[in-house]
Write a protein that binds this ligand. Sequence first.
Ligand SMILES: N[C@@H](CCC(=O)N[C@@H](CS)C(=O)NCC(=O)O)C(=O)O
Length: 255
Amino acid sequence: MGNFGAKNLSTSLFHCTLWKSDTSPACRAVMMGLDAMNVSLTEIDIDMDKAEHRAPDLIAMNPHQTLPILKDGEFILCDSHAINTYIASRYCDCEKLLPTNPAGRAIVDQLLHYNSGILYPHYRSCAYPILYENCRFVMPQQAQEVEHAYRKLETMLKGRSWFSGANMTLGDIAIMATISTLHVLVPVDKDKFPVLLSWMFRMSKEPFYTTGNLKGLNEFTKRIDTGNGFDSKDNKKCPRSSLTRRSTGAKLAET
Ligand SMILES: N[C@@H](CCC(=O)N[C@@H](CS)C(=O)NCC(=O)O)C(=O)O
């Protein structure tokens, strides 16, 4: 864990709090980013099924009423891509995960914008009707658009191990959070998209994938199977450190 260049064995940011939900791909991008950077902070679970992300104190921090939210002292950030690059550039020496040279950094920014502007909206249009309306399936039109996106990703990966080139970066992590979630909704076909699937396989072997993505992805899969009638009693709401989440094998800590 954290073999991508964090300053110490583990950096604890006692002044930082993250509000997140494990089922959310945007939150899992941050959790994977934290784990890859070996950074720990206080994490608070929010139950989106109970609309806790719309509580007045959270709206005061994030008028968009979305998760994740990071608070560092009095400084607040409300976007997973901005959170990961902020933590990396402020608290880590992670040249590989977030290069400091302008060209390398621009490639990561390009991938983050692509994830935020193109891939993530596909996730929303496929998942939200199932999660919050009475839809049981991904609509054929949406599924077709996701397949177009997979085709583009397949092309982007030709001749390279990672989306960013020779090294895996925060760009790969953001895309993995979204694509692993889309894969639940519109499976990545191994015959049509072998390069994309083998990149996903490589990503899934990284320790941060297990600690930061797997549990939430499994919860999301169950949530999709259940549709709009989920009982979230398992969601224990107690602040805990990122280290506790990792050391409990990505399971929720007991209260
Ligand atoms: N661009 C934002 C997207 C945040 C976002 O839309 N989060 C979803 C969960 S994945 C959310 O909070 N949705 C609640 C809602 O829309 O009501 C990011 O990357 O953080």
